[in-house]
Design a protein around this ligand. Sequence first.
Ligand SMILES: Cc1ncc(COP(=O)(O)O)c(C=O)c1O
Length: 401
Amino acid sequence: MKAISRAARFAQRTERLRASTIREMLKVTQQGDVISFGGGLPAPELFPTMAIADATRRVMESRGPAALQYSVTEGIPEMRGWVAQRMTRRTGRPFEAGDVTIVNGSQQGLDLIAKVFLDPGDHVVLENPSYLGAIQAFDAYQARYLTADTDDDGIIPESLERVLERADPFPKFLYLVPNFQNPTGRTLSAPRRERVVRICEHFELPIVEDDPYGELRFEGSDVPSLVTYQSTAPVLYSGTGSKIMAPGMRVAWLVIRNEEIREKIVLAKQGADLHSGTFAQYVFHEYVSDERAFEEHVRKIAQTYGRRRHVMSAALANVGHRGLEFSRPSGGMFLWARIPGVDTSELLRHAAERKVVFVPGVSFYPARDVHDGMRLNFSNAPEEKIKAGIERLGHAIASSA
Ligand SMILES: Cc1ncc(COP(=O)(O)O)c(C=O)c1O
């Protein structure tokens, strides 16, 4: 019998898999005295722990074994109905339970989309910079990336158009985080949304609209979701309970009107995990069915993050470094800072010595060619820690610039 050579033991797709800087950093932040702006964690003290305990008891009493049994791949009907209803209410456009697939975190949704659309070497269009977790998900399917430029209003339509005109092979989809993007905190402006939808319609390019942060707005008013525009190009909308309830539940959803795509996603999910946890879906649904309490909860999260963002930007303004620029997002969990001429991976080393960490921006550029940015999370640490952490960061900047 011939042995497989060591080099050929693993599938080629594993060659692209790298340890994520973010996950590595989460390990460092387990040390108690480190202030972390690195992870993407919600504020744990806002998790509705006791309300979830009550919901769990009610589910066990009323559903019993059904909540512990295998279920259908698409998700329990109650959850699919709730998502459709909420989307309809928030957008003013009709959505149906049949459009919804419940997934195990929106990260699984990204994996399934990649599984369904991507052959090795296929192109995906990304905004530059982009969410690292999406790049990781697409990397596993050996994707290649085309990047469109961005500014404070999100992806630049002219840049997208240029990329699509020149693309060879033509990309399989455009991946976007239009609200309070991870990592920049930027929101795609309404006029640009219309333009992006029309460009994708012209090129018949599907759009993946990843929207974990849309409900975490603490200033200004909502901008219409891309999935609400009338268009012949399919929009695959991804939402999640991670930031409005708790990420440990792993309850999230894909909303896809195109039946052919939806069916392929469901088949891909069947092969991956049969279905998302029945228990978590029932508990999630039971918790959100008290609508007033749930709305109040989401409002409280957004308000708290608004105050933390304010504290962080005020502290950054106090750092007083001439080159330091930073965004002031109206929602979400991240703020983006730049220090032109400074390699923020180097800066991170100085910062970690002073017991404060962030994610260097280079991780979010598929070509890993821009080194002066950093992502700062403002949702996880309380206000006093944010002030202290930015002061430490200021010292690190002063000592390394
Ligand atoms: C843009 C974006 N998409 C997806 C995810 C994954 O979220 P989930 O917990 O739903 O898997 C995150 C998490 O931070 C994110 O920032």
